[in-house]
Structures are given as structure tokens and as C-alpha cells.
Design a protein around this ligand. Structure first.
Ligand SMILES: C[S@@+](CC[C@H](N)C(=O)[O-])C[C@H]1O[C@@H](n2cnc3c(N)ncnc32)[C@H](O)[C@@H]1O
Length: 224
């Protein structure tokens, strides 16, 4: 299913003021650990300039800025109300732009990261090609996102995702639509080997998938 960018923009504009708190409640704080793992990987690559795409309220970008102060971090998002919160929380450099068509010259970053972002874009391959354009030779891409796990964990996970989470989100944000869309977007997002294949097909080398917490999320990374 192709996602409509206007619909995605409207959802994040509506939930921006409560996004940070609701996110941590719905993920039971586990997203914090996943972002820390992403920061450890990025530290090993020693980039000097990094773009965090779909940075939202800046969770991953702020972690990188705080933990790795030697890196120049730019947070990009097309939703100004999310970015405004990221700036208020201390993110120094932000750009309001569509990730599908970035108003930046090619090859200006050593690393591009995106947490829970790519899944919301209308064309995954198109977005990945645009991130590829942003990277210098040898640069790294990191994607952190949810997956539907394999095996016995799949049914309880789907129950939480489609039945519990939208109701909880309704209570917390007064917008059940935003979080029912989350379930659909996770169902449709390529996972594990399929995502590694999309990365190879869009020009990345040596894609790696690190499943997190029994495979309910994964970090993917690759190089250009
Ligand atoms: C689920 S939030 C993730 C925010 C943050 N990365 C995090 O880890 O909490 C998804 C973000 O993607 C942004 N987004 C979705 N499509 C986009 C696009 N085409 N260009 C730029 N930002 C986009 C939304 O505005 C939203 O802030």
C-alpha cells in the first residue's frame, strides 16, 4: 500500500505535542534502548556529518548529538510542528523538508539515520535512493524500525498492535486513527532479508539486519 504523504503529515502534525510521551508509553520505554544500540553502531563508523531523516521530535538525533558531540547532526522532517519540539528539546540543526526530495547537494554526509521514519514514506526505494545521494563514498545508512516477528510471538504482537495499541493511543492522544495506521504500516514494511534486498537493489553494499527483542524491531545498516 502506498502511503499518502499529506495524510502522514496531517497525522504527525496532530499528535506532535504528545508524541514523545505517548511513544515511550506505547513501547514501554524499549524504544530508548533501541536508539542507544543505534548510537553505538554510529559511534563505530566515526562520521563527522550525519543527517537524521524523519527526525520528528528529535529522539535519535538528540541522542547522537549528546553522546557523540564530535558529529555535526542535522535533523530533517517535513512536519514543522514535530521539528519545533525537537528544537525546544535542544536539537541544534534542523531542516523542514520532504525526505523524498531533499533540497541539499549530493554527498554531504558520512552517515544517514532514520528511526521509525522510512516506513511512513510513500516510496521506500525512492527514499533510499535519495538517502544514497546524500552519502559520501563509504558512508553509512542506518534504519531502525518495527517488524512483525516470526513464530509464536507474531500472534500476541499483532493482537497488541491492532487491538490494544489503538485503544491505548485513543486514550492518550484522542486519535486512534494515527495508531491504527501504525499497525498497517508495519504489516506492509519489508522486513529482515526483504529489507536487505531493497537496500541492495537501491545501490547499498553489505546490508546487515540486527533483529531486536525477538524480532519486533530491527536495525538495518549498509554502506555506499
Ligand atoms: C514515527 S515518527 C519518528 C520520529 C523519530 N525519528 C523517532 O524516532 O521518534 C515519523 C516521522 O517521519 C516524518 N515523515 C514522514 N514522512 C516524511 C517525509 N516524506 N519527509 C520527511 N519527514 C517525514 C513525520 O513527520 C514524523 O515526524
Amino acid at each position: 500500500m502506498a502511503l499518502d504523504a499529506g495524510y502522514v503529515h496531517a497525522i504527525f502534525s496532530a499528535i506532535a505535542p504528545r508524541y514523545v510521551a505517548v511513544n515511550h508509553v506505547l513501547s514501554m520505554g524499549i524504544d530508548i534502548l533501541w536508539r542507544s544500540r543505534a548510537v553505538e553502531l554510529i559511534a563505530d563508523w566515526k562520521p563527522s556529518a550525519l543527517m537524521d531523516v524523519a527526525t520528528g521530535t528529535g529522539d535519535l538525533a538528540l541522542n547522537i548529538q549528546q553522546e557523540l558531540p564530535e558529529i555535526e547532526v542535522l535533523g530533517v522532517d517535513f512536519c514543522e510542528s514535530m521539528l519545533e519540539i525537537a528544537r525546544r528539546r535542544g536539537l541544534r540543526h534542523t531542516l523542514c523538508a520532504d525526505a523524498m526530495q531533499l533540497p541539499l547537494p549530493s554527498a554531504c554526509f558520512d552517515a544517514v539515520s532514520t528511526a521509525f521514519g522510512l516506513r511512513n514514506m510513500p516510496d521506500y526505494s525512492g527514499a533510499l535512493r535519495e538517502f544514497h545521494r546524500m552519502l559520501r563514498p563509504g558512508g553509512h545508512l542506518l534504519i531502525l524500525d518495527f517488524c512483525i516477528p516470526d513464530g509464536i510471538a507474531a500472534a500476541p504482537y499483532r493482537f497488541y498492535l491492532h487491538r490494544v495499541l489503538p485503544r491505548l493511543a485513543d486514550l492518550l492522544t484522542a486519535s486512534a486513527t494515527a495508531y491504527s495506521y501504525l499497525g498497517e504500516s508495519i504489516e506492509n514494511f519489508p522486513r529482515y532479508e526483504a529489507m536487505c534486498n531493497v537496500l541492495s537493489d537501491t545501490g547499498y553494499n553489505n546490508p546487515v539486519c540486527l533483529p531486536l527483542l525477538g524480532g519486533i524491531a530491527a536495525i538495518y545498516f549498509a554502506q555506499v
